[in-house]
Every structure is written in C-alpha cells, then in structure tokens.
Design a protein around this ligand. Structure first.
Ligand SMILES: *Cc1c(COP(=O)(O)O)cnc(C)c1O
Length: 229
C-alpha cells in the first residue's frame, strides 16, 4: 500500500477521531513526507534536530513538527522558531532552555514530559518522582514561555501484550493523578502520547490521546541518510 493508503487506513479504520496521529518521518525523505502531506497529514515527528530543520525549510509551512527524541539543550535554539511540540522533555534544565529560546522567539512552546515506563535500561525520561518534583519546583513555576500539555511514554520493546497494557495503564493513571494535582483547571493539559506502530492499538485501549506511528505509514526504516531515501 502507498503512504497515502496507509494514512487513510489508519484514519478511517484503526485510529479513533479523538486520537491524534503523529506521522514519524525520521530517516524518510522530503518527498515521502510530501506524499503524506498531500494525503492530509499535518503532524510529523522527528528525532534529529538537523534533519528536522532541513525538512522544515523544504516542506509546507503549515506542517506541525513534533520533536520526539532526546533533545540536547544546545540544539533547542534551532527548532525554537517553528516547533509545534517538544514531546521529549526529560529535565528541568532542558525545560529552562526551551523557555529561554521560546521567549527569544516571542512564543509559548508546547511540551510533554517524557516519563520512563519501560522495563529497559533506556537513558531518557523522568521517573514518576522526578516528574512530580519538577512540577512542584519554584524553578518550574517561573517559566512562562512553555506550556506543559501532557505526558509521553515509550513502552518496552516487547510483544508481551500484558506487559504493554500494564505500562500504558501506568502512564495513564499517572497522567490522571498529575492532572488532578497540578493541572485541574487547565484544559490544555490533555495529551497522553503513547503507542507506536507495533503497540498503538493497545495504547489507545489504555487511554492514549496521541500516537506516534512511523513504519506503519512509511514502511520499514532503512539505515540510510534521509536525503538518499
Ligand atoms: C521512531 C519512533 C516512533 C515510531 O516508531 P515506529 O515503530 O516506526 O512506529 C515513535 N516514537 C518514538 C519516540 C520514536 O523514536
């Protein structure tokens, strides 16, 4: 099936209307992204700053770009002028830099806190306690040019359905608690970003409001530079 067919299939068959679909286009060419765009897709996710910036320059300006991979503080300035959402906030220091660069660009940048839910030794994401500590801190309270829209999580790379279900459920329960404690009056705190190609149906059943899907739309990723794809 073509990229356009894959998007249409997702949007009409498997993804409920209330769930946002982020097309993960890392390693894919500008032409492939344009094909998805022409099929109506507007949200795209990338994990490399340089790659996103170059694509952003080439592609239609109403694309909403989401940063989904670990972001180094010294690279925030390159995406601050246009980024729609930074999903991978994993420290107060990064949030402070996003705030600073957003201010310089006269913007408020939407962010998700990335929460560590997998049963794996991955490097990135806040633990539950760390996220709470961040939200309670005075250093956080003064940041006026970022807006926390919700939480993001990546489940363990496994095909054990029970484990995936439990991890997604844990994130959703944590989201509900955080909403209650810190964002009760804030209708914009409404994003639970969880689920990728292999597990998005389980994630949606557990309350995901935003899925990040790459290979199901664009096909498997080959390890080649995106300009040569
Ligand atoms: C690559 C990536 C995805 C998409 O993965 P697929 O399995 O191709 O759907 C989703 N989320 C993050 C954070 C990623 O890095």
């Amino acid at each position: 099936m073509s990229i356009a067919d894959n998007i249409k299939h997702l949007k009409t068959q498997t993804v409920p209307k209330k769930v946002s679909l982020v097309a993960v286009s890392k390693t894919k060419s500008a032409a492939e992204i344009q094909e998805a765009y022409d099929a109506g897709q507007r949200l795209f996710g990338e994990n490399q700053v340089q790659e996103m910036v170059e694509k952003q320059e080439q592609l239609p300006k109403d694309i909403q770009w989401h940063q989904i991979g670990h972001l180094q503080t010294n690279k925030v300035k390159y995406i601050a002028p246009f980024i729609a959402m930074i999903q991978s906030v994993d420290s107060l220091k990064l949030l402070q830099e996003i705030n600073k660069q957003a201010l310089k660009n006269n913007r408020v940048i939407d962010c998700l806190l990335q929460i560590y839910i997998a049963d794996e030794e991955t490097k990135f994401g806040l633990g539950f306690d760390e996220a709470i500590e961040l939200l309670r801190s005075e250093d956080f309270a003064v940041l006026k040019n970022i807006r926390i829209r919700g939480l993001m999580g990546i489940a363990t790379n496994t095909d054990k359905e029970k484990q995936l279900k439990d991890e997604f459920n844990e994130l959703k329960v944590f989201f509900d608690g955080i909403k209650q404690s810190f964002f009760r009056k804030d209708d914009n705190f409404n994003v639970v970003s969880m689920g990728m190609s292999s597990d998005y149906e389980i994630a949606i059943a557990q309350g995901s409001t935003m899925i990040r899907v790459g290979s199901t739309i664009f096909g498997e990723r080959v390890i080649k530079h995106w300009k040569n794809n």
